[in-house]
Design a protein. Sequence first.
Length: 259
Amino acid sequence: MKYLYLSLLMFVTATVTAQKKSFQSAAGIGGIGGYHYGALAFSFEPRFNFYEFSEKESLSVGVCFAMGPSIGSDRRTDRDKISGGPIQPGWMVNIPVTVHYTFGNAATPRSYKYIGYSVGAGYAAHNGRRYVDPGPGIDTVEVHAHGLVLDGSINFPMGNSSWSLQSSYMFNFSNNNPDIKGIFSMSLLYNIGICIHQHREKRHYDHPREYYHELDREMRKKKMESRRKIMAPRGSSNQNPRESRDSLLQIPPDQKQLP
């Protein structure tokens, strides 16, 4: 079995080495929620494109770091009365590792398609705090979850930049919080370094007015030089009129001056 794993690892390494590779990243803001649970998320997602089918299609592996504030409050029953515990602010951390297939916009740093799509799957770990209401199995404000995560995004242009509306759902496999079946998240990400409009040279009508004045001056100068060359006699332009006339009549030099 170990030889099978070694062969598979060598095959994947050779495939990745032979293909074009690139790196890109995104950053944004969003929200994360679950059963009696919610948090604000600031996200940063570095992504490595290990297989590029073309400039508009790629396979990538990425890690979306999400952190933000979450608030928990312990509320328990005491003789059929609900006593509210102190509000305990906390910090949420969500780290999914996923493999994505992306087509169109933001598939690679060189992709200039106007709309793109991405789907991915992986594994995630999540820690945070939440509100706790009376009930069976709900006895802690701490949230510790991990499990399979599925996500998808739509990449779209805004001005000359690329943005992604991303959503994901994590299935909770942990026994720490059995009442939380899953955690949902949604975020708006800015794709760093992805431009929609490629750089182009200025067209002739994009230049300032001074450019046209200078161009007109150069054109007039060239026309005057062309007219001077046409009207000037043959030979050097520094010749005097008598030498030019003599050269046209082809008078020998010893006969130019009569005795």
